[in-house]
Structure formats: structure tokens, C-alpha cells
Design a binder for this molecule. Sequence first.
Ligand SMILES: [Zn+2]
Ligand SMILES: [Zn+2]
Length: 389
Amino acid sequence: MEQTKVQIIKETDALTDALLTISHYLRDNPETAYQEHKACEYLSGFLEQQGFEVQRGAGSVETAFAARPTGYKPSRPCVAILAEYDALPKIGHGCGHNLIAAASMGAAVALARTLGDLANNVVVVGTPAEEGGGGKARLYDAGVFDGVDAAMMFHPGHLNLPGKGMLGRTKFKMEFFGKTSHASGSPDKGINALDALVAAYTHINALRQHLLPDARIHGIITDGGDAPNIIPDYAAGMFYVRAASLAYRDKLFAQVQHCAEGAALATGAEVKITVEPPTIDPFKPNLPLEEAARINLEALGVSIDADDGKRGSSDIGNLSQHIPCIHAYLKIVDPDSPAHSTAFAQATDTDLGQKAMLNAAKMIAMTAYDYLTSAALREKTATAFGNTD
Ligand SMILES: [Zn+2]
Ligand SMILES: [Zn+2]
């Protein structure tokens, strides 16, 4: 192994206690999307102690930050190391973002201690609100990633993978407006909004047979009337459409709109569909970067698993459409344990969870080093980014 990578590993190991303290602090102070004030302050303070200059409120998002080595000169190529730190309502760090933040702090500090002047080419970005808030998309739109050539992070999971696909997602409200009347005495005077919604739901079920294998449509009915003897004049539901490409996500959304319009026509109700931000883009993998991450993970003794094909969604998808990204997974639980659970939160502090976080810190730092020092890797990354969609 190259001497610099040996040094990165040594520096990360030396940070073990500090990184575990970060993980524990976040676990014990869980904050949900855009409320991560304690986490943001704690991580910013840590980075300042370690010689970073921290811009709080990056991109005009209060709980975001961007940190670079003190006295840095903006330099290209630039690698962003991403830290998530938001938790889930009620179950705290059931998605393990405390480990993501700890690993990214470790990677950043190990690089700063190892790279000398090349540390100018590293920025740590604190990205709030992954859970439903689309923080990374907001930060991208606000220019926080201007001048960044590649972005890297890890997520705790069920398998060891340098990357895997994630689905794009459109969330929307479907409302039908009808007319009330007595359901028995004057049904001829009413227009049943609930019937319209049920018809739309049934059309969507029929559409489901024709979906590509990794696409998903799922929804609930949130409003279905007030009393059985009143024809409902209002019914509403919330739905998600998910797909592995931008084009297919948008096509499916259009098909679902047709389901709703057909139901409106059949029942005489009026339909209104409102997309709720953030719309999440599918993850665009960058195979040369993932290959570099895989080589580093294997050098750390991590054996790579076969992809199980299970897919979620994340705002890293939005960023990956603009900048080549690594979103690697490291195993902290058995494949049977669900994410977004208290068991998953507890797993962040098992031997496996702690080890995954340290390996992730090393992998991120080693792969950032590869990217910053290898023109060949940068060229392959850029070519792959331009040629895929
Ligand atoms: Zn999650
Ligand atoms: Zn997560």
C-alpha cells in the first residue's frame, strides 16, 4: 500500500475515540430534518478544533456548514466530503446518520493531517435533512457545491457495497372535489369525491402490472368523507412514484395523472394534483469512482457483497446528477434487520457499527486521495459522468 494511505489509516485510527464520541453525541441528541442545531454546532466546533475554518449556515440553510483547512486557497480539483446528521422522528438515529457524520469528520481530519497543501482541495459539507428534506438539493441550488468536482460519503446498511442504485421519487397529493348531498334522500344531487379517489387508486393498481421491475407507486388515503350519510365532497390521498431514471420517474407520474383524470371524468368530480417538494432524483452511479472505493475497501479487509437489488431514495441522487458521487454502504446489521428502526440505531454502537464507521472514514479519505492525485482516475470519472444518464 502507498505510504500516504498507510498514514491516512494511522491518522484515522488515532482519531477513534474522538469519532466514537461524535457518534455517541449525535445518537444521544437526535434532531430531525432542518432542526439539527446541536449537531451542526458540535461538528463545526470539532472541525475548528482540528484546524478547519467553518462557514456556518452554508447556502443560507441554518443547519448546514462548509469547512476547509484554515487559511485555505481555493484549489481544483476539489473533493467534497459529505456529512449527514439528521435523525428520524421518535426513533432517533434509526438510519445511522450519526455514523455518517463521524466517518466524514474522520476522513476530513485524516486528510488534513496527511496531505499538506493538497488539503486545500478538500471541503467538508454538512448536509442537513436527508430524511425527507432534500438538504443536498437545496445546498446545490444555493451554490454550495460550485467548484466541487466529486463528492463522497458512506451510509450504514445491510451489505458492504461501494455503491448501488437509488430511485428517484416524486411525492404528491391527489385531491378530488365533488358535491355533498344526503346519501339516501338525494344521492342524485351529489358528486362523490371518495368514489373518484377510489377509482383513481384502482386505476393505479392496474398500472402497477406494467411497471419496470424497480419502479414503485405507493399511496394512502388521508381524507375520505365525514359521515356515511353525506356524499363526500372532498377526498384526498398522498402518493409516491419511484423509478430508477429521471425519464421513467416523470413518465410514471404522467401516467398516474391520467389515472386521476380518468377517475374525475367518470365520476364528475374535479381533480387537483400537487407535487410536494423535494422531488428526489435517482442516483447516477460513477463506476470509476466506485471501483476506486471498492479497491480501497478491499485493501482495508472489507469483503464486498452482492447487490440485493433493494432500492430506496436519497437526496444524494439529486447531487449525483450534477457531480460524480460515491455513496458506499457498509454493513452494520444482518440483512434481516430493517433500517429506520431502533435496532438499527442500536447497531451504530456495536463492534460491527464502530468498525464500519472507521473503515468508511479510511475509505473516503483514501479515495479522495486517489482522486486528487490521479489524473487518470479524474479523466475516467469525468468520461463516465458525461456518458451515462
Ligand atoms: Zn433514512
Ligand atoms: Zn439514511
